[in-house]
Write a protein that binds this ligand. Structure first.
Ligand code: ATR
Length: 272
């Protein structure tokens, strides 16, 4: 019998590290699986993804720009996918397609386990109010920070997000320049600035002593943000650990095994 087939669907998708990460987890768990990339034309996500599952595919990771469409495609969705308004995991359960979102859980795991950050009681700033920010808010609020302040270039989007999640914890929405008027223990860059090559500079005033500045982007794209934050005296990290941890969470959903993440994270960092 052929090994169960998994894919990452995106556009572009050739650069995706997901096949390497899942193959590594599978080897360590002693599981046989096939994990490949699947490029979907921008207007054909649904057709391509349905075709994969119709041919017996078991599960798909979904990357940009299809995460919102992935949620709409599913018959069932987890609470965290509905709150995020987007899905990065689709799983075939018989004839049913189930959507989930492991991105926020991946961020929280990276912050807590890999970077040793205590989120309970922390003052957290989230920069950005697009899809990447929205997916991380509920998992961060579940860690009981003293406050989560969403700041955004377009302040109304930050306020709308904060209102939407107000029942889940202490959350505020403000303009981007409000960052400089407060101090935070953790600052998460969830804007598209690094991936667009227009890196964001943090005002030094927003960094509490020992603060962590975290960019959800990874690799060369995140380097300018990370280097600048370090030069300002902060701890800083890119989002490679978030990528590995969201994959680990998907692996657990699909195979019922929680993979160790340290060795693949170290390997990917060596290759970076
Ligand atoms: P995604 O779904 O990938 O998060 P998005 O919905 O386009 O993408 O959101 C991008 C985020 O990056 C937004 O918060 C955007 O701010 P606006 O809401 O004001 O557009 C933010 N962003 C993009 N370029 C930026 C820049 N040069 N400076 C500050 N914020 C920026």
């Amino acid at each position: 019998m052929a090994a169960p087939h998994f894919v990452v669907v995106g556009n572009p998708v050739g650069h995706s590290l997901s096949p390497v990460i899942h193959a590594h987890f599978a080897r360590e768990a002693g599981i046989a699986l096939e994990y490949t990339t699947l490029l979907a034309p921008l207007e054909a996500f649904e057709r391509v993804t349905r075709g994969f599952f119709a041919a017996g595919g078991r599960g798909a990771n979904i990357t940009l720009p299809f995460k919102v469409e992935a949620l709409a495609l599913a018959n069932l969705a987890s609470a965290r996918a509905r709150l995020a308004g987007a899905a990065n995991v689709l799983t075939a359960k018989g004839a049913i397609l189930e959507a989930d979102n492991t991105d926020g859980a991946g961020l929280v795991s990276d912050l807590r386990r890999n970077l040793g950050i205590a989120l309970s009681g922390a003052r957290i700033a989230m920069i950005g109010a697009g899809g990447a920010a929205r997916g991380a808010i509920a998992p961060l609020l579940a860690c009981n920070p003293s406050v989560l302040v969403v700041v955004n270039r377009t302040p109304d989007r930050a306020r709308t997000l904060a209102n939407r999640f107000a029942s889940l914890g202490n959350i505020e929405g403000r303009a981007l320049d409000a960052l400089a008027q407060d101090r935070f223990d953790v600052i998460v860059n969830a804007t598209s600035t690094s991936t667009k090559g227009t890196p964001l500079e943090l005002p030094a005033e927003c960094l509490a002593p020992g603060a962590l500045a975290y960019d959800m982007a990874y690799g060369p794209a995140a380097r300018a943000f990370v280097d600048k934050a370090k030069a300002q005296g902060a701890r800083a990290s890119d989002g490679l650990g978030m990528l590995v941890e969201q994959a680990a969470e998907a692996f657990w959903l699909w195979h019922g095994i929680r993979p160790a993440t340290q060795s693949i994270l170290a390997l990917l960092r060596e290759g970076a």
